[in-house]
Design a protein around this ligand. Structure first.
Ligand code: F6R
Length: 364
């Protein structure tokens, strides 16, 4: 049932182009974003004062990415919280707050408890869920399904990618209704969305090059990921993918935090993966690369096509094709998924079932 792939994780990475298209296609009609299951008309969308996103693990990372997108594109303040933190801190949920719970399985105990807490406090809860009919899907006021299909590998890849798409669509819908993007900008974004499946495919087809690179780091002690803005959120997911399947210690840092302590961890030969997909933060990131290189780091950079000047600062560069600045996560995560996967394969790890982890965390 692995369809010729060595692992479910690789198979599911390869299913991403289709999963992404399946998630956006039914929601784009005549150049408009239509999310009927949202259960909100334009007036209700305009009345939202704040969005609170609650999730665990990788789903939390998609929430982090979408904070930058909702705030940047739709100018709505967003708070993102780990479900296990949110539920125990008696959160302040004021009128006009929309709570979004993101979950692949729809059964994560902390996310479900957070949903109940939010409902009890009188908030409308939107679930972004992959498993149809799961607990979170049943208990949320409204459900927007990600159409990734069943995900078997413990490490999420295609469900993560579909969560991003669902969040892009929501942000685009909100931004359009609230007038913070123009008709032209919306049309351009829709065009860019439609290009994502083929672009993801192209990046997947680069797997041999990533594998060769990954094989150099099978004995690494620690690997770091740095970025700013959306690139920081991508870093978090890249780091989680690597550590959960390969058991190599890894951390993600907001690049601006390096000099506040963490740069002391860089030693000769330490691999630092730097994300540079945000043009406005590009120069700042180049400085961060130079800082870690001075301390002996080997730097792999993931950046936008056309930025060949990054090769002057970094040791190894992976390019992602051109897309909207809000959608770069969908592309930049592909080489990072492949990297984590191939490091784990090279180390002989049980990639689909990493030790101590379960696909669905129904205990607290
Ligand atoms: C990491 C991973 C986990 C899940 C987390 C939430 O690859 O899969 O971090 O993202 O356990 O699970 P769901 O989305 O089912 O609520």
């Amino acid at each position: 049932e692995k369809g010729g792939y060595e692992h479910f994780m690789l198979k599911e990475m390869y299913e991403q182009p289709k999963a992404i298209a399946d998630t956006f296609s039914p929601r784009i009609k005549d150049g408009r974003i239509e999310i009927e299951e949202l259960g909100m008309d334009d007036e209700a969308i305009r009345a939202v004062k704040k969005i609170v996103i609650v999730a665990c693990g990788s789903a939390y990372h998609t929430g982090m990415t979408s904070k930058y997108i909702f705030e940047g594109m739709a100018r709505i303040p967003v708070e993102v919280d780990l479900a296990s933190e949110f539920r125990y801190r008696d959160p302040i949920l004021t009128d006009g707050t929309l709570v979004i719970v993101i979950s692949q399985s729809g059964e994560t105990a902390d996310s479900l408890a957070a949903l109940r807490e939010a409902k009890e406090k009188g908030c409308k809860v939107l679930g972004i869920v992959n498993v149809v009919g799961s607990s979170i899907a049943r208990e949320a006021d409204n459900v927007m399904y990600t159409w990734a299909g069943p995900e078997i590998a413990v490490a999420t890849t295609k469900a993560y990618s579909c969560q991003l798409i669902a969040l892009y669509l929501l942000a685009m819908k909100f931004a359009h209704v609230r007038g913070t993007i123009s008709e032209g900008e919306l049309a351009e974004m829709i065009e860019d969305l439609k290009k994502l499946p083929a672009q993801v495919e192209m990046l997947l087809n680069n797997k041999d090059r990533i594998q060769k690179f990954a094989n150099r780091y099978l004995a690494a002690k620690s690997i770091f990921f740095i970025g700013r803005g959306i690139d920081y959120a991508i870093s978090m997911e890249g780091s989680l993918k690597l550590k959960e399947v390969s058991y190599i210690h890894s951390e993600a840092y907001a690049a601006g935090e390096l000099k506040h302590g963490t740069i002391s961890l860089i030693e000769d030969g330490t691999l630092v993966t730097a994300l540079l997909t945000q043009e406005n933060l590009y120069k700042k990131m180049i400085s961060n690369i130079e800082e870690v290189k001075t301390r002996g780091a080997f730097v792999m950079a993931v950046t936008n096509e056309g930025h060949s000047d990054v090769e002057k600062a970094a040791d190894y560069v992976v390019y992602i094709p051109k897309t909207n600045k809000y959608f770069t996560n969908s592309l930049a995560i592909i080489p990072l998924q492949l990297f984590g996967y191939y490091v784990a394969v090279g180390r002989g790890c049980d990639v689909d079932k990493p030790r101590n982890l379960a696909k669905s965390v129904t205990v607290e």
